[in-house]
Structure formats: structure tokens, C-alpha cells
Design a protein. Structure first.
Length: 584
């Protein structure tokens, strides 16, 4: 049953107006008090709705609240009265009717109030949008009032809440057209990239409108201009919002934070993660040519270690983007000169005479043609190995012949089972006698334990190391004046490095699930951890230009630049050193 007093109070509030004789501060105080009373009445009406009339009243109350607050902020509060600085970890109203939800982790979301409903930028990683709903309530908004959801790009931490918001509000969900397929197919690989996997139902993320560069979205008194910004993902978008005389840019991960600037890491990992250095460079150049926005709100403000000004001028705009432009230009130049040699399962020539054949049963296979001899590193796949080599040679337009030599980084079944499929191999180099798959082969195979002199005519050196309690071999040689290092399952490419462009300092993140898998392999005993650390120490003495790992789990670039090798060694040490105490 309706509460007559609540209904009459609400009706009276709907007709309340401030006096034109009130001062601006008095008007503002009345507006704020009125907005609060309306919000409280709104909750009481919603909780007690028994009829369509009550529901209609609830909607009218909320619409009036939006209009009251909009009038209050536009008439009585100038933009300069809002905070110029934002710590990034707190929910803050940064401009009239513009709310930044920094309490979400790891990425933020933003709500923009308009006269026709709320525009939500990104939705967080919780499919139930529980925390997002709480944050909406904290600024006197409801998820049910969202009219548009604008997704900046197709990564899990920005999009997983979209379905729930759409369900409760019937909002129009919009995303870049080039990210549509990933969202609509719930492509886990693309959505999660190299980051820890959170709980996910696997349900497709419904997109109602595919956006393109130059599109415009009108929502009452708010205009949103869509800026296509590919590079981080193909469908990455920035949204330039025009509201009450201010231009506010919502940059997603195109500019991830005011500390780190653009999130360029995808251009340094396999293209299967959908980053593109050339496209990202074009995006940064285009942004530099734009007039800077009045306010800049980034996708990962929690990366900021201190309060930062969100007000942007030309000087700060350039300081934020120019270092990324330089980094991307170097990446493009290197790919043009050395090739985009990503170890992503696609066979390719790394250098003259040096080939990546792809992976079989998760083990990478490499080839070297030198002095008219065909050398292959690793032999996985059992009876399928010979056919695998033939197919990959055909793809690379190489004439196939049985390898003259097979160099095994490990003698385990996973690395050596393909030997039995080869006929006529004259030499196998292994850290120990191979498993029975080689011994039972009808082909005569001369087995050698580690002895670099046995293949010195090829100028290939070997290094004895250990992993998971088993002996292993690394191989070193040079091609085109570049030092090449072929390694067993140590080290692993488990790190991502973020450069704080303001001071040049590097911050490390661990890649998942690769880091957890490594730790799991080593937890059997402290001796395994110690052997792994000893192997890292031996390998740290090298400075390879090309690194060919047996387990290229991240589709990494074979080319090693700058401090990448020492950073990789350090990341492995950091990941496993503490395991010694836990395994003893």
C-alpha cells in the first residue's frame, strides 16, 4: 500500500524551486539539500513500490534529482571548485556530474550524468557489477539509470560488468568495431592477455553498437566524440566528452595512467595478443596533434603512486605522450630491421639460415642450416615429428631432408620422442642417454653426452645446466654477427616491465599463468629451486641478441634488446628465491 505522506512529500519536492532572490551560495545550499531529500525519498518510494503509480513516481523523483543536481552544479559551482588533483585510488567527483570510480580494481570506471541518463565508461571485471553498483550509490546514482555503456577496449578488467549493467538498465552497450568479435565470442585468450585469470562465466559480452572513429553520441546535454585509437588493441577507443563547457577525455589504456602514460606493452609481445606498434605510433602522433583536453581520465589511475593533476595543458600533454612516441618509434624501427620475430607458433626465418619451426606438443623446434648441414633443436611429437618438420619446411619454402644432427635441450620424452620418426640422423647431442623412444629406433643413432668438441665444426657451444632435477643443455652460436642462445625450460619469460616515463624507472609485473606454472614445477624440493638458481647464474653470463627458448609460452620476440636478458634473469630469481624456505 502506498504511503500517502511519502507521496505527498515527494510531489511537493518535485515542485520546489529556489527563489531568484537567493544568492548563488544560498541557491546551491538549497539545491544540495533538495537533492539529498529527493534521493532519500527515492529510496523509500522504491523500497515500498506497490503500484505502477509508485514506480512512475520513483522514476520522476530520480529524473528530478538529476536535473536538480545538474542545475546546482552548473549554476552555483564553477569547474575550478572541483579537485584538480586525483590520487586515483578513490572515488571522486571530478567535474559537475562526472564521477571517477577509482575504488574499482585494477581498472577504473566513470559515470557521466546527462539530462537523458547516465553514460558509463567501462564496467570493471566483476560480472555481477556488485562493487560498481555500490559506487554508483555512493554518488547518489543507480545502475538502472545508465543509458549508454562505452567500452574503451576488449580487456577483461574493463568489460566483464557490461552484461549486468545492460541487464538492469537496458543500456546501449558500445565498443570499437575491431574489438567486437573478441567481445561477442568471449575470446578468453584475447580478453585476459598475459594477466591473471579471474572468475569468468564465459558468456559473450553483448555489444549493441559498433563504434568507428568520428562517431558522435548525443545524450541530452552531453556530447561524446569517438576517437579511434588502435594499438593497445585494434578496437581501442578514447572518448572525448563535452559537458558544460569542458572537454574531458576518457582514455582507457591508450593512456593507462598519469605515471606510466600509454600502455604500450602489447606491442612487445606476440601479435596474437592484438597489439600493434605501427598502429599505436600513429595513434600517439594523432593525439599529439590534437588540442589537449581540459581533463584527462585514464584507465588505470591506481598505478599512480601520488596525487596527480587531471587538468591538462599542452606542456603536460607532450610530456605524457612524447616518451611513448619515442619508444614506439624504436619498436617499429627494430621490427623493420630485424623482423617481427615472435615465437607464436607461426614458422618463420629468424636470420639467414636460422629458423623457428613452431611448436609441437608445447615444445619449440628450431633449425639451423650451416656448412650444408641441417641441425634441428629438440625432437618432440613421437611418430608425428618427421611429418611436422616436412610441413614446416614446406611453409618456409625449404627443401626438406632428414636432419644431420639433433641437439636436445633435454632428454625427457617430451623433448626427444620424435627421434624414432627420423631415418638417417647421424648424430644426437643430449645431456644424458635419451629415453627408450630413441633407443628402440631402427635407425642407428650415435649418442653423445655433453661434449662441445663433437660438433665444434659447426661452432656451436653447449652449456650443462639443470631444471626440475633433470640435466639439461643450452646451446650458443652466432649468426650474422648476432649471438644466439637456445635454452631448455630455464629461464622462463615471466615478466612484463613498465617504465615510469616521468623518471625512467622500471616496474615489474609477473605474467600468468606462466609464473604459477614455474613455481609449481619447483615446489617438489628445495634442491630443484637451488638447481634452477644455479642455472640462472650460469646463463646470466651470456648476452644473447637472439633468445630461442624451449618453452616460449608468451609468444615472445626472439630478438633481445637493451636490458631484457638481465631483467628476465632477475624476474626468474625474484619469482623462485622465496620457494627455498617453503620447500625445506
Amino acid at each position: 500500500m502506498k504511503n500517502p505522506k511519502t507521496t505527498s512529500d515527494a510531489a511537493a519536492l518535485l515542485n520546489t524551486k529556489t527563489s531568484t532572490r537567493d544568492t548563488p551560495s544560498e541557491q546551491d545550499a538549497k539545491h544540495r539539500a533538495n537533492a539529498l531529500r529527493i534521493a532519500l525519498l527515492f529510496v523509500s518510494v522504491v523500497c515500498g513500490c506497490k503500484s505502477q503509480e509508485d514506480a512512475d513516481l520513483a522514476r520522476r523523483l530520480h529524473t528530478q534529482r538529476l536535473r536538480t543536481e545538474s542545475q546546482s552544479t552548473s549554476d552555483a559551482i564553477a569547474p575550478k571548485d572541483y579537485p584538480s588533483n586525483w590520487l586515483g585510488t578513490r572515488t571522486t567527483t571530478v567535474a559537475p556530474g562526472v564521477h571517477a570510480f577509482g575504488d574499482l580494481q585494477p581498472s577504473a570506471a566513470f559515470a557521466i550524468e546527462s539530462s537523458e541518463g547516465v553514460i558509463l565508461i567501462d564496467t570493471g571485471l566483476d560480472e555481477n557489477a556488485t562493487r560498481l553498483r555500490e559506487l554508483f550509490f555512493s554518488v547518489q546514482l543507480r545502475l538502472e539509470d545508465v543509458r549508454y555503456v562505452l567500452l574503451t577496449h576488449a580487456h577483461y578488467d574493463h568489460v566483464f560488468g557490461a552484461n549486468k549493467v545492460r541487464e538492469v538498465s537496458n543500456a546501449i552497450v558500445c565498443a570499437g568495431a575491431e574489438d567486437y568479435k573478441v567481445l561477442s565470442s568471449a575470446d578468453r585468450f584475447a580478453l585476459f592477455s598475459l594477466f591473471p585469470k579471474t572468475e569468468f562465466s564465459g558468456n559473450p559480452i553483448r555489444v549493441d553498437r559498433q563504434l568507428h572513429d568520428g562517431d558522435v553520441i548525443e545524450s541530452g546535454d552531453v556530447t561524446v566524440r569517438v576517437i579511434g585509437c588502435p594499438g593497445h588493441t585494434p578496437g581501442s577507443m578514447c572518448y572525448l566528452v563535452e559537458k558544460e563547457g569542458q572537454r574531458i577525455m576518457f582514455a582507457g589504456d591508450v593512456i593507462a595512467s598519469l605515471n606510466f602514460g600509454p600502455a604500450t606493452y602489447p606491442v612487445h609481445i606476440s601479435p596474437r595478443y592484438r597489439g600493434n606498434a605501427v598502429a599505436y605510433l600513429e595513434t600517439i602522433n594523432r593525439l599529439l596533434q590534437m588540442e589537449p583536453p581540459d581533463l584527462l581520465l585514464t584507465g588505470h589511475p591506481r598505478q599512480q603512486t601520488r596525487s596527480e593533476s587531471i587538468r591538462i595543458d599542452s606542456k603536460k600533454w607532450k610530456e605524457l605522450l612524447e616518451p611513448a612516441k619515442q619508444e614506439l618509434q624504436i619498436a617499429v624501427d627494430r621490427q623493420n630491421s630485424d623482423g617481427p620475430d615472435f615465437l607464436d607458433g607461426v614458422p618463420k626465418q629468424i636470420e639467414k639460415g636460422l629458423y623457428y619451426f613452431g611448436e609441437l606438443d608445447g615444445i619449440a623446434v628450431y633449425g639451423l642450416i650451416r656448412s650444408d648441414r641441417f641441425v634441428v633443436f629438440n625432437a618432440p611429437g613421437g611418430d608425428r615429428f618427421a611429418d611436422f618438420l616436412k610441413a614446416q619446411c614446406k611453409t618456409l619454402q625449404l627443401d626438406y631432408r632428414t636432419p644431420d644432427m639433433v641437439l636436445l635441450t633435454s632428454n625427457t620424452e617430451t623433448h626427444s620422442s620424435g627421434l624414432k620418426s627420423l631415418a638417417g640422423v647421424s648424430q644426437v647431442v643430449t645431456p644424458q642417454l635419451p629415453v627408450t623412444s630413441a633407443e628402440s629406433s631402427s635407425t642407428k643413432i650415435d649418442l653423445y653426452e655433453e661434449d662441445s668438441k663433437q660438433f665444434a665444426d659447426l661452432a656451436i657451444d653447449s652449456l650443462s645446466i639443470s631444471h626440475a632435477g633433470m640435466p639439461a643443455l643450452a646451446f650458443r652460436f652466432s649468426v650474422e654477427k648476432k649471438q644466439v642462445l637456445v635454452t631448455p625450460s630455464v629461464p622462463r619469460n615471466i615478466g612484463l616491465w613498465w617504465v615510469t616515463r616521468r623518471n625512467g624507472r622500471t616496474k615489474q609485473s609477473f605474467v600468468e599463468p606462466q609464473t604459477s606454472e614455474l613455481k609449481q614445477e619447483l615446489t617438489a624440493s628445495s634442491q630443484r629451486v637451488k638447481d634452477y638458481l644455479d642455472s640462472l647464474q650460469k646463463l646470466s653470463e651470456f648476452r644473447p641478441d637472439i633468445w630461442l627458448p624451449t618453452l616460449p609460452r608468451t609468444g615472445q620476440n626472439a630478438n633481445v634488446y637493451d636490458q631484457q636478458w638481465s631483467l628476465t634473469i632477475d624476474a626468474n630469481r625474484d619469482a623462485v628465491t622465496h620457494l627455498i624456505d617453503s620447500t625445506e
